[in-house]
Design a protein around this ligand. Structure first.
Ligand code: MSP
Length: 712
């Protein structure tokens, strides 16, 4: 029996269409899955969408559609993108699938039956966009940078506090492995509590100190909205209110419900027994606590085995902050597929997409050390493509194979091999395989690039073009070209998990047939064996990585400023009215829904006058307004509040000429925490009205009003 390897991505929220941040995790998982498969592991790769909870409910209301329809459309856009990118998942789970709901209810009912879940009442702070409870007084700033909402609810609670010591020990001993180390330490210090608070500490079994009681029980149901999985019987009858299961308990369970947990057939049981526990959960760093504290605690309580490893990567940053729709700094994968796909104008659309996906995969895995934050830019993408793929790998393949075509009539020369590259090949094989295997993708891809460089150097040093001119050097020429071809074969096999489409093309050109078949047949496993049989001939040659010029950067920038272009095979995206992932219920208009009323009735929760008065709205006069170099959307304003002057950055550059704003009175949020954009601090926010992403209208005053006056 081959080893099994079960790996997962987070299931993505359906409040907004995918961007390259989501693609990052999915590409990493796909790369590892491909390598595991070719190494012969019985691999199962799961991804999907997280569709319940208040955040999705509100986004649906903002778009004026039923949550299920909304979820169907956005989930469809994730599936369509993964299809375009050739992601090789084995299953796409949706938390609105019947089998998932059944499994979650089973888990909840089991925990309730075991006394691990109990009913109590709770008043606390809730951060809707992160779907999490936060400690602190009303108005506490949540992890999303916005004030939390106060909720008072009768809730079911999970006895999380009981697991503090056990979790510390499991993590300390690496039975629950967390990578990188920095995340592991972060989780451990959360679990241990504040050791410097003067509180009495105890020792865990591994000898680590902790503050008993630092881990609080967790609320695992909600009553204030109903877009979720209902709490099942008998718990449901214990209360008069309708409870839905907390979205994180619902979501985390996907890793088991997808593979048969809660099912009633023999196949379900067999699949669950075969695949669980997961070998690896890939997550972004912001959801480490859910995966490394809550999830293992639920499993311990249910008496189920824990996942073996959780690997957290950093964030893709764009314009210096985390790429996310609510910040308006996202880049769509489609933009990159379209732009790089256009380098192959004669290829079928499907191949253009897969080629573009390879370029994105290569960049993400090569450029950003996994675990750290990394900046994305179109310039860097193009530069990396040209240097490593067009000039590096592509050029090596093309010069080697065209010399074989010219000098040996397309037959791989039969000759001895030079040993010059043997050492580097052996090292690189080990480093690439181990690098991908331990999720150090940068190290792996760098090693492959080093082999490409070494082979290039070998060609330059041996100058086969000179040897070709001298019939007496025919054997030497044969050796050089065969050695280079062998090295290309190896680097191509090693890079297959990273560049599945392009390596398949190279494999064909090497005359080796289908690389997928080679992967399935185990030929890529041990690369020291096999290779070119006697009489091997190269395939048809064609450029693999055409050079990209700067024009492509303009093309991508333009695409990002326009609404997402219609994709023929992306139907769900087109049907979709614009969707915001901000948690405010801001209805949006779209060209597709021109006839419909622009603004749907919002379902914003009621607040008290005290809540409202926390927002300090003031009249200010614009003193200076100017564009910010390379930030097409932002204006830098200096405003006078009467009692002080402020710098404010406003995303209105496409709608207002800066000169026309000078002298104008505007309304600003004066007590907003400052934040940095483009390296500049914005000390407040200008208030404007808009319908969705439509043109904003700055708030202005018909009567004369002094600057500094408060709006209320
Ligand atoms: N639905 C939860 C996860 C539940 S898992 C049981 C969720 N969804 S999410 O849509 O917000 O996706 C979060 C994940 O998407 C991150 O953990 C990360 O894997 C990926 N990313 C989203 N934006 C990203 C960046 N800007 N950079 C890197 N990864 C990002 O949280």
């Amino acid at each position: 029996m081959p080893d099994k390897f079960y790996l997962t991505t987070p299931i993505y929220y359906v409040n907004a269409r995918p961007h390259i941040g989501h693609a990052y995790t999915t590409v990493a998982a796909d790369t590892l899955a491909r390598q595991q498969r070719l190494l012969g592991a019985d691999t199962y790769f799961l991804t999907g969408t997280d569709e319940h909870g208040q955040k999705i409910g509100r986004s649906a209301a903002a778009a004026g559609v039923e949550p299920q329809q909304f979820a169907d459309e956005v989930s469809g856009s994730f599936q369509a993108l993964w299809k375009r990118m050739g992601i090789s998942y084995d299953q796409f789970i949706r938390t609105t699938d019947a089998k998932h709901k059944r499994g979650v209810q089973k888990l909840f009912a089991d925990l309730y039956a075991k006394g691990e879940i109990y009913l109590s009442s709770y008043t606390g702070q809730y951060c809707v966009s992160e779907e999490m409870f936060v400690e602190g007084p009303p108005g506490t700033i949540g992890p999303d940078g916005r004030p939390t909402e106060t909720v008072t609810e009768e809730n079911f609670f999970f006895r999380l506090s009981v697991y503090q010591k056990q979790l510390i020990d499991l993590i300390e001993s690496n039975q629950l492995a967390i990578q990188p180390e920095a995340r592991k330490n972060e989780v451990l210090s959360f679990l241990r509590g504040d050791l410097n608070s003067g509180a009495e500490t105890s020792l865990s079994d591994t000898g680590a100190q902790y503050v008993p009681g630092a881990l609080k029980d967790l609320s695992v149901s909600r009553t204030s909205f109903d877009w979720g999985i209902p709490v099942p019987e008998p718990a449901a009858s214990a209360t008069t209110q309708k409870h839905v299961i907390y979205v994180w308990l619902d979501a985390l369970a996907n890793y088991m419900t997808a593979i048969g947990y809660g099912g009633d057939t023999a196949e379900d049981a067999e699949m669950f027994a075969r695949l669980w526990p997961a070998d690896l959960h890939f997550v972004g760093k912001e959801i480490v606590r859910f995966h490394c504290v809550y999830w293992p605690a639920f499993l311990l309580a249910a008496g189920l085995p824990l996942p073996k490893k959780i690997v957290a990567h950093g964030w893709l940053l764009f314009e210096e902050s985390k790429m996310s729709k609510s910040r308006g700094n996202i880049v769509r994968a489609e933009t990159i597929l379209n732009a790089f796909g256009s380098l192959k104008p004669d290829a079928p659309k499907r191949e253009q997409d897969l080629f573009g996906a390879d370029v994105l995969r290569y960049f993400l895995l090569r450029e950003i050390p996994f675990g750290q934050d990394g900046s994305f830019s179109f310039d860097a993408l193009l530069a990396r493509y040209n240097s490593d793929l067009a000039n590096g790998y592509g050029n090596l393949v093309s010069r080697t194979l065209s010399m074989i075509a010219q000098n040996f009539d397309g037959g791989i020369p039969e000759s001895g091999l030079s040993t010059e590259l043997t050492g580097v090949i052996t090292d690189v094989m080990g480093t690439v395989r181990a690098g991908i295997g331990s999720q150090e993708f940068t190290v792996a891809v760098q090693a492959a690039a080093a082999l490409i460089g070494a082979t290039d150097g070998y060609l330059t040093a041996n100058a086969p073009w000179k040897l070709a001119k001298d019939p007496a050097q025919r054997d030497g020429l044969a050796t050089v070209l065969r050695t280079a071809a062998k090295s290309i074969r190896i680097v191509t096999a090693l890079l297959y998990p990273v560049l599945p489409y392009s390596t398949a093309q190279v494999w064909q050109q090497l005359g080796l047939g289908s690389i997928e078949r080679a992967a399935e047949g185990g030929e890529l496993r041990d690369l020291t064996h096999g290779g070119f049989a006697a009489g091997s001939r190269i395939g048809t040659l064609a450029p693999i990585f055409p050079r990209a010029d700067k024009e492509l950067i303009t093309q991508m920038n333009e695409a990002e400023q326009k609404p997402a272009p219609a994709q023929p095979d992306d139907q769900p995206e087109q049907k979709l009215a614009p969707i915001s992932d901000s948690t405010e219920a801001v209805p949006e208009s779209s060209p597709a829904s021109e006839a419909a009323p622009a603004v749907a009735k919002p379902d914003t929760p009621e607040i008290t006058i005290d809540d409202f008065l926390k927002v300090d709205l003031r009249v200010a006069r614009v003193l200076v307004a100017e564009r910010i170099p390379k930030a097409d959307k932002l204006l830098r304003l200096e405003v006078d509040l009467g009692y002080e002057k402020r710098q404010i950055l406003a995303g209105i550059a496409q709608f207002y000429e800066p000169e026309k704003l000078v002298g104008r009175k505007v309304a600003i949020v004066a007590n907003l925490a400052p934040r940095k954009m483009r390296g500049l601090e914005s000390q407040g926010m200008i208030v404007a009205a808009s319908v969705g992403d439509g043109n904003p209208a700055l708030v202005s005053f018909l009567e004369d009003i002094e600057i500094g006056a408060r709006l209320r």
